[in-house]
Design a protein around this ligand. Structure first.
Ligand code: RFL
Length: 389
């Protein structure tokens, strides 16, 4: 078996890469460990930057996104009872789109099926081999037996816990990490959202987020202890706590409903450098993680795929390897800026248990400055809608 690009991981990064390469006439095979239902049952992201939606449209998956995605002109920050509106469109001329990652993954599968791009599910023990040579290959097994897939390049789109990053020799790989001392307890409910736009709430009891997937699907998150258990959070307790963390006037609009998903996610910043070795290139969560405040995870996966697909297209179409050589550097420059923003926003909006300390006073001053300065709001807004490619 042989293909040009072996793509490991069929999450949003791997699927989008396969689709963009197909549109450029470059064949690939996607190797995914889980079943299609496994991939589609993951909760994931909900906010897409303008540049992300542009790339999705160009790849031919903009139809349902344009019909069902909700365009947001701004969002709110609640700070101990006050609400500050950040008018994204007025400050930057750009908007963001609310569209669930599950929906996007669905659209990508549909487009790939229609295009006839092979996606192998249930691929176990996937191993990229000989990546530092001109003849790499990937071994794996499925219910049908052992396989070996020869290729020109391997794209490591296998998420944070994948195998590809580990294939880079340890003495060449540098990792940078910050683990935050809390997690996010998130639920999804089939109820109309508390308001049209998102609210990020800073409160002495901890951070709260009111987000949404559609006019009938709400997503709420609470800062919780990193070691907490969802079993401690029956829906009633979750909603009581959420109400307590929101300004009274906002909480009055909260519609409670049974949770259809409930999970706790740890918060982490992580970057691996370089984002490739030999004929292996990493994209998405395989190379970096951001804490979810700021909603950059999925958008970064898309920007990596944009840079990587452009470089592969230049290789095959123009016989030019310059973009492949600089892929890691180019992608990391954008990644680090999103890491900075996600870290800053996370640091500002959460409670760090530092009541009455220097850090807490600085946090208060940070919000006061933001509330009183259009320049500060513009800096927040231009990062939130996504920095230029
Ligand atoms: P994914 O989505 O993790 O996909 C990786 C795929 O690789 C497969 N895989 C393997 N396949 C073969 N062999 C192996 N050895 C393999 N190991 C793994 C996995 O089964 C999987 O299908 O990575 P990708 O494509 O880079 O996409 C990244 C985004 O999904 C991610 O950044 C976001 O979902 C992160 N994220 C959020 N991002 C946002 O921008 N806004 C959010 O609000 C937001 N909320 C979230 C999130 C991620 C969450 N999880 C799943 C930790 C909320 C949650 C709960």
């Amino acid at each position: 078996e042989r293909t040009r690009v072996a793509i490991i991981g069929g999450g949003p990064a791997g699927l989008l890469l396969a689709l963009i390469l197909h549109r450029a006439g470059i064949d690939s095979v996607v190797l995914e460990r889980g079943s299609r239902d496994d991939v589609l049952s993951r909760m994931g992201a909900d906010m897409l930057e303008k540049a992300t939606t542009d790339i999705l449209r160009t790849a031919g998956v903009g139809g349902r996104l344009d019909r069902e995605g909700l365009v947001h002109d701004g969002f709110d920050i609640a700070w101990r009872g006050e609400v500050l509106h950040i008018p994204l469109r007025d400050l930057t001329g750009k908007t963001v789109t609310i569209y669930g990652e599950t929906e996007l993954t669905h659209d990508l599968y549909d487009a790939l099926d229609e295009a006839g791009v092979p996606i192998i599910h249930g691929a176990e023990d996937v191993r990229p081999q000989d990546i530092a040579t001109d003849a790499p290959f990937v071994t794996f097994h499925t219910v049908d037996g052992e396989h070996s897939l020869e290729c020109d390049y391997v794209a490591g789109c296998d998420g944070f816990h994948g195998v590809c990053r580990q294939t880079i020799p340890a003495d060449l790989l540098r990792t940078f990490e910050r683990v935050y001392p809390f997690g996010w307890l998130g639920i999804l409910t089939r109820t109309p959202p508390i308001q049209d736009e998102l609210i990020y709430a800073h409160h002495a009891r901890g951070f709260a987020l009111c987000s949404l997937r559609s006019p009938q699907l709400s997503r709420y998150c609470l800062q919780c202890d990193a070691g907490d258990d969802v079993a401690n959070w029956p829906d009633e307790r979750f909603f009581d706590e959420l109400e307590a963390r929101l300004p009274v006037a906002v909480a009055a609009h909260l519609k409670r409903g049974p949770s259809i998903e409930k999970s706790i996610a740890p918060l982490r910043s992580f970057v691996a450098e370089p984002m490739g070795h030999g004929r292996l290139f990493l994209a998405g969560d395989a190379a970096h993680i951001v804490p979810p405040a700021g909603a950059k995870g999925l958008n970064l996966a898309v920007s990596d795929v944009h840079y990587l697909s452009r470089a592969l297209i230049a290789h095959y179409r123009d016989k030019d390897d310059q973009l492949l050589k600089t892929y890691s550097e180019t992608a990391l420059a954008r990644v680090w800026k999103a890491e900075r923003f996600s870290w800053w926003f996370t640091s500002m909006i959460h409670m760090f248990g530092e009541e009455g300390t220097f850090s807490q006073r600085i946090q208060e001053a940070e919000f006061d400055y933001l509330a009183g300065s259009q320049a500060a709001q513009t800096a927040l807004a231009e990062n939130y809608v996504g920095l230029p490619y």
